[in-house]
Design a protein around this ligand. Sequence first.
Ligand SMILES: Nc1ncnc2c1ncn2[C@@H]1O[C@H](COP(=O)(O)OP(=O)(O)OP(=O)(O)O)[C@@H](O)[C@H]1O
Ligand SMILES: [Mg+2]
Length: 406
Amino acid sequence: MAKRRPILAGLDIGTQKVAIVIAEPGEGGIEVLGVGTALSRGIRSGRVCDVDKTAQAIAVALSEAELMAGCQIHRVSVAVSGDHVRGTNSHGVVAVDNGEVSARAARRVIEAAQAVPLPADQKILHLICREYIVDGQGGIQYPVGMSGVRLEANLHIISGCESALGNVKKCCNKAGLSVTEMLSSSLVAGEAVLEPEEKELGVAVVDIGAGTVDIAVYHSGVVVHSCVIPVAGLAVTNDLAHVLETSVSEAEALKKHRGCAVASQVEKHATVEVDGVGGRAPRIISQKLVADIIEPRLEEIFEMVGDAIVRAGYGEMLTSGIVLTGGVAMTKGIADLASRVLQSSVRVGEPLGVTGLSEEVDDPTWSAAVGLVHGVREHDLADGWGVGVGARIMPQWLWRKWREFF
Ligand SMILES: Nc1ncnc2c1ncn2[C@@H]1O[C@H](COP(=O)(O)OP(=O)(O)OP(=O)(O)O)[C@@H](O)[C@H]1O
Ligand SMILES: [Mg+2]
């Protein structure tokens, strides 16, 4: 009898939309069985600000996805973002007994590197070993069995505020779901849209949503830096509403259907009608004016992205450039603008490695939800809840050695 494969569910609770993907691991990646979305009303800049409204949105998206997939879901992996999510790099060092690195030494050095003073309210979400260093030789992923007397480890730790994470869990529970793991939005977006060669050569994935920009930098195949900027597409919409004296919903539609990130790419004589606010008569404006408002705000966002990458020390090391994803990545001309500001090659990324109902998730707003069902496994030593080193997603070599020891 054929063995049933596990059904996976990923829940992305964004500032603008809640999205759920139900999928099964398959031959060519993951097979999407069902998807659901709902407008998000209780999230501000990635943080829950209304538990009931968020739980309602999750329930709506869930029932849509369950209906499409023809199955019921009780457990989900959740993507988390917001200004409370932090990426910290740390370093640990231990002496090696008997001149050969043992699994125990590898575990001890990870524990030593974990001992960074995180603020008291922060919980660890990911513990990623960027590299081991044996007697000064860096770039090692599997140190066990190597000769040496000194073992070092460089970690990237991603943590989130305990109460903010607790609120996410509460929303899921109210919608009838238990949370199996919480994963950083930027990492899961990277899992969905990046090719392995890009991660190897050096790349930054920049997920620009409505309320946050989630950045993850990869080098030599591993996440080496991550951060969240709490300004994104909603700021562009608000600028349009403010300057054009129109409603936020009209500004949002204008941005999506007539917007462009590069004003000089807009046809000079093109015009568009804009509804007035509070019963005022509609006006005809130049389409270039819309782009003139969008361009400086996106430029400012990309300058912040560039600063974050340079501050992390990877400004000159991204051979594969930048991959933009998230809803804002659908803005016309955005890759040209980002490329000019960031002085790098830029492409727009959509979820990769998807079969089944793949057309349902083939735009950049689905990256985080799809990345959740791909999972963040490689090099991650935490279990998404800050419990520490967990066997479930520990690299197989380390898990085998660890079991030999204990
Ligand atoms: N075609 C488009 N052109 C320009 N902007 C777009 C387009 N489609 C969506 N957007 C913008 O993308 C943003 C929503 O993206 P996304 O769905 O990735 O956000 P989110 O995940 O809900 O939010 P966050 O990740 O910030 O919490 C909104 O600001 C929306 O206006
Ligand atoms: Mg998002």
